[in-house]
Design a protein around this ligand. Structure first.
Ligand code: ADP
Ligand code: TRP
Length: 331
């Protein structure tokens, strides 16, 4: 029997190429080897996205994005967190086994408190209970589906460890394996994709290249990549140029070598390097963009795919919740 891989995607922004290379592609690769359960963590997004139109649109765009990137809903259970009410029952069950001290130590919460005190404000300013209990909801997402592995970025590894602690506390108390204890698979070998300004590409820096940007916009964004003041004739170092670092993600090995040689030889300006980058990025992204557009144009079909995913997911979820109820004496 295949082991289970599960991950959640928070719909808090439109997908960019950092998300694609850092999260989407590695997770889709795991979907061959594992039985994959991938979901849209819409209640996690609610902690920060309070505009209903925006949240609704992001949920659709992120779901469509995963499908356009190659997620096969026949082979993967693909659903919305909010369609699985068992998540919220398990979350309540797990609360009783989660110490408040554990939540105090969560990085995201601690960072928010630190930012507040740094500004001389009350430590609780702007922090809702959803942010404080975020790791419990995430533990419920994971444990509900008997996950063996959870592919996440480094920043999320602590949350998966908390899910382990919580599952173990339950099993220890009832002296039986009520819940499966998950493992994090930290993707630390994936490159950090640089943004337009050279910092890590991130929606919080406003330096992203959206994965499905129309061709014209894509071109404009690439032309905006910040470069140094080296002139056309000067030889250039490919390894320190973010144009080249991005190029490497999209170009064939022989194309990479050819462009690196042109960098070193001199005689090529930044504008030309950007044109070459645009060519390979657009070559790779245009089929995905077309699929994305097609999916977004058929909202009914997207809803059906997600509903079918929820249908497959709920019986699994119900079994976990009832295992807990039995063990706990609430049956
Ligand atoms: P953002 O930084 O834009 O807010 P998220 O934190 O929502 O992105 O990231 C979602 C996923 O995409 C995470 O698994 C994260 O590791 C990955 N990711 C985001 N930006 C990058 C990047 N620049 N390079 C590699 N992976 C990234
Ligand atoms: N917290 C994750 C993030 O910010 C998203 C997420 C929610 C998740 N539930 C999950 C990831 C369960 C893995 C497993 O990226």
């Amino acid at each position: 029997m295949k082991k289970i891989s599960l991950t959640g995607i928070k719909p808090t922004g439109i997908l960019h190429i950092g998300n694609y290379f850092g999260a989407i592609r590695p997770a889709l690769e795991l979907a061959g080897e594992y039985e994959a359960r991938y979901f849209i963590a819409d209640y996690h997004a609610l902690n920060t996205v309070k505009d209903p139109k925006e949240l609704s649109s992001l949920i659709r765009q992120v779901a469509a994005g995963w499908l356009a990137a190659g997620l096969d809903p026949e082979k993967t259970i693909f659903y919305r967190q909010s369609s699985i009410p068992e998540t919220f029952e398990l979350s309540t069950q797990l609360m009783a086994f989660t110490s408040k001290g554990l939540m105090n130590r969560a990085h995201a919460y601690k960072a928010a408190v630190q930012a507040n005190t740094g500004r001389g404000e009350d430590p609780d300013t702007g922090i809702n209970m959803g942010l404080f209990t975020y790791p419990v909801l995430m533990a419920a997402d994971i444990i509900l589906f008997d996950s063996d592995v959870v592919p996440v970025g480094k920043d999320q590894a602590q949350h998966v460890e908390m899910a382990q602690d919580i599952a173990q506390a339950v099993n220890f108390n009832y002296k039986q394996e009520v819940l499966k204890v998950p493992q994090a698979v930290v993707q630390d070998d994936v490159a950090v994709v640089p943004g337009l300004d050279g910092r890590k590409m991130s929606k919080s820096y406003g330096n992203t290249i959206p994965l499905f940007a129309p061709e014209k916009e894509l071109r404009k964004l690439i032309m905006r990549i910040v470069t140094n003041s080296q002139g056309v004739e000067e030889p250039k170092d490919p390894e320190t140029s973010q144009i080249y670092l991005l190029y490497r993600l999209f170009a064939l090995p022989e194309e990479q070598e050819a462009l690196a040689a042109r960098y070193r030889a001199g005689g090529m300006g930044w504008g030309e390097a950007k044109e070459e980058l645009f060519r390979v990025v657009n070559r790779e992204l245009s089929p995905m963009r077309e699929r994305f557009r097609g999916i977004m144009e058929e909202p009914g079909e997207l809803d059906r795919i997600l509903a079918r995913g929820a249908e497959k997911a709920r019986p699994i979820a119900a079994r976990t919740v009832s295992r807990f109820r039995k063990a706990a004496g609430i049956d």
